[in-house]
Design a protein around this ligand. Structure first.
Ligand code: FAD
Length: 449
């Protein structure tokens, strides 16, 4: 009886323990991906993420074909859909790599027990994180809310296992298992087609991800510590969408970086990714609920949609904010320093609830990540784990002077700010005044906290 490998956020053949288990079992393999927009609690993917998913699935299908296999696509509520395929193919085993969001965990746990009750072999594996969330605890057995001791505790664990090689061949199941056509899923934008900038910036899929990793480690990692905060330097890895979609696993990145002499700083960034996911594991409502509940008392003023839109479109009148928001819109990505500045500006100068910013990023980032996105928004807003204190407000002009000293980044994305240009947008708020209003509003949190 065939084995099913249920692909989810792990669109790769290398370092894929679920696929490895199926190959070791020896029977023919059905590689399955389920598009699930229906199960309760599952957050529907944003637009840029759907674009990435389309291309990454096309690449995975191609790679499977090269190895002799075939990718089966189905759409529907995940548990029912997987059970249907098990039945259609009379499959004897189902393998997957674990997910860590609560609705996903519940779906997977229910499915596991119901399949087992039917006599189907089921096994799940650790692949998306270097450390399983339940294994990293404080001396008192609770989870960490501060990064530094968290990361120290991770490093006291046995080191992450080495990456698994990709299988040489994949025995294809010859039975009749219908598959959707990827194009019928309409994951790509059509009218209007806003993805031109994404196509120019990215090549999704495992082979391109591996090339980018090699290139980064050969050329850029040495300069990472010095230049990582400068958005024009191109000094960061650009691996975030590849890690988000699992075209590369963190074990592969970890060991390759360590072997290439990749500085501790880069490995520590992978640690922040772990911390975000461990935080989501323990606080499943991270995208909707303040981790520090005293922030529930924050008196957000009535929403000004004009200000929100000025931010989204990159028309705030502040050069680094506008450049960042346009980079995001054009490419589906934004440099980390600029993510911090644009997020701070939304929350602390426009006084707009971080959740609305999180939602915009969710829709526009190709690396939109269920843990890292809300985690970092809460970090900027001050309501999160080990967060920046609310009263520390970035000044976007000083940030531009410091991290884009020669103006190259702004010139690329918001050229109208060039010297003497009359086209630059009017500032939508006064920095000093708006900062004062934000700090006054924060008093409500301090009094309640
Ligand atoms: P590098 O500097 O090369 O870092 C290597 C890897 O480490 C990244 O690919 C990423 O996987 C991880 N990493 C680095 N910084 C962080 C961090 N602060 N938190 C978690 N992981 C990190 N990252 C996402 O992957 N998805 C998101 O949805 C996301 N939303 C964010 C929202 C805001 C408001 C902020 C301030 C940051 C957000 N980040 C998010 C974190 C960070 O900005 C990106 O991971 C980074 O810019 C990706 O570029 P890179 O791959 O070149 O990073």
């Amino acid at each position: 009886s065939p084995s099913i490998v249920w692909f989810r956020d792990d669109l790769r053949l290398a370092d894929n323990p679920a696929l490895r288990a199926a190959v070791d079992r020896g029977a023919p393999i059905i590689a399955l991906f389920v598009l699930d927009d229906e199960s309760p609690g599952i957050r529907p993917l944003g637009g840029a993420a759907r674009w990435w998913l389309h291309h990454s699935l096309a690449s995975l299908a191609e790679r499977l074909r090269e190895k002799g296999g075939r990718l089966v696509l189905r759409r529907g509520p995940a548990a029912r859909t997987v059970r249907d395929v098990v039945q259609d193919a009379a499959a004897g085993a189902v393998f997957w790599n674990r997910r860590y969001g609560l609705p996903e965990r519940e779906i997977d746990a229910d499915l596991k027990s119901s399949l087992r009750a039917d006599g189907v072999e089921v096994a799940s594996f650790a692949a998306a994180l270097l450390f399983e969330p339940w294994t990293v605890t404080t001396g008192a057995g609770t989870h960490f809310s501060v990064f530094t001791p968290f990361w120290r505790a991770c490093q006291q664990q046995p080191g992450p296992r080495g990456p698994l090689p990709e299988p040489r061949t994949i025995a294809r199941f010859e039975g009749d298992v219908p598959s959707d056509d990827l194009s019928d899923w309409a994951l790509l934008p059509t009218a209007p087609d806003w993805a031109g900038g994404l196509r120019e910036a990215w090549e999704p899929g495992e082979p391109a991800a591996r090339r980018r990793l090699r290139e980064f480690l050969a050329e850029d990692v040495g300069d990472y510590d010095r230049a990582r905060d400068e958005p024009a330097a191109g000094a960061t890895s650009l691996l975030s969408p590849r890690l988000r979609w699992g075209e590369l696993g963190p074990h592969t990145v970890w060991h390759a970086a360590a072997e290439a002499g990749g500085g501790g700083r880069f490995l520590t960034e992978l640690g922040w990714r772990e911390f975000a996911w461990h935080t989501l594991f323990h606080a499943p409502d991270l995208a909707t609920t303040n981790l520090r509940r005293e922030f529930d008392a924050f008196p957000w003023p009535p929403l000004r949609p004009d200000l929100l839109e000025a931010w989204e479109r990159g028309g705030t009148g502040y050069r680094l904010v506008d450049a960042g928001m346009r980079e995001l819109w054009a490419t589906g990505h934004m440099h980390n320093r600029v993510r911090m500045v644009t997020a701070s500006f939304l929350v602390k100068n426009l006084l707009i609830d971080w959740r609305l910013g999180e939602q915009w990023f969710w829709d526009t980032l190709v690396d939109a990540d269920a843990a890292s996105n809300p985690f970092n928004w809460q970090w900027v807003a001050g309501s999160g784990a080990d967060a920046a204190p609310y009263f520390r407000v970035f000044n976007p002009e000083l940030q531009a002077t410091k991290f884009d000293a020669d103006g190259r980044y702004v010139a690329r994305w918001a050229p109208e700010y060039g010297a003497g240009s009359a086209l630059r947008p009017e500032p939508v708020v006064d920095l000093k005044e708006s900062r004062g209003a934000a700090l006054a509003a924060y008093e409500a949190v301090r009094r309640g906290g």
